[in-house]
Design a protein around this ligand. Structure first.
Ligand code: AMP
Length: 213
């Protein structure tokens, strides 16, 4: 089973992808994570995309399609979860062609629906464990008082450079202009499965499970 998690920044795509990896042994392919890794390792491409990402703009189709192609041809597991990819119609077309090339197909597109006000709150209050990526929220799920990650016990936490109100405005605009047309695109292909992303982590996970079965 190969699925896309589609939704605006802060919809919970990464969090739900992590649960699916744990429970269904699927492979998460997050272009955002790949681009952040490239930045950290200081590659030419990482340097080129750093500013674009900090502003909240989209990185070129060519770069992200290249990253996905590399992963699709080298990773294996019980299906892929595309998290944050595709974000444009050109990327969606490229994904279809790449999947065909490796003898796979798309099973479903989970559209995670979340109110805009909730996105702003979630993103500006978000931090993650630097070691395992567990997601925290200053208001609803603060870092434990003992300063240790509840998942892995590590003591370092980080905030993303683009999780601020200015970048978020651009990221939301990019989403509505370039990514939201994918909702109609996948609806027309009969792949769209909307879920209410406003519930608790477990509720959303449950809704996704229903859509996958
Ligand atoms: P994310 O971690 O998915 O929120 O992505 C963080 C940033 O990485 C985005 O704001 C974009 O600048 C860039 N990015 C991630 N995935 C893509 C993609 N599929 N297409 C273009 N840019 C992307």
């Amino acid at each position: 089973m190969n699925i896309i998690l589609l939704g605006p920044p802060g919809a919970g795509k990464g969090t739900q992808a992590r649960l699916l990896v744990e429970e269904r042994k699927m492979v998460q392919l997050s272009t955002g994570d790949m681009l952040r890794d490239a930045q950290k390792s200081g590659t030419e491409m990482g340097k080129r995309v750093a500013e674009v990402m900090a502003r909240g703009d989209l990185v070129t189709d060519e770069i992200v399609i290249g990253l996905i192609e590399e992963q699709l041809t080298t990773s294996s597991g019980k299906g892929f979860i595309f998290d944050g990819f595709p974000r444009t119609l050109a990327q969606a077309d490229a994904l279809e062609a790449l999947l065909t090339k490796v003898g796979k197909s798309l099973s479903a597109v989970i559209e995670m629906r979340v109110d805009d006000e909730a996105l702003v709150e979630r993103i500006t209050a978000r931090s993650t464990c630097a070691s395992c990526g567990e997601v925290y929220n200053d208001n609803t799920k603060p870092i434990p008082e003992d300063g240790k990650c509840s998942n892995c016990g590590a003591t370092e936490f980080k905030r993303r450079a683009d999780d601020n109100e200015d970048s978020l405005k651009t990221r939301l605009m990019e989403y509505y202009k370039k990514t939201s047309p994918l909702i109609g695109y996948y609806y027309a292909k009969g792949k769209l499965r909307p879920v209410d992303g406003m519930g608790s982590l477990a509720e959303v996970r449950h809704e996704i499970e229903i859509q996958l079965n």
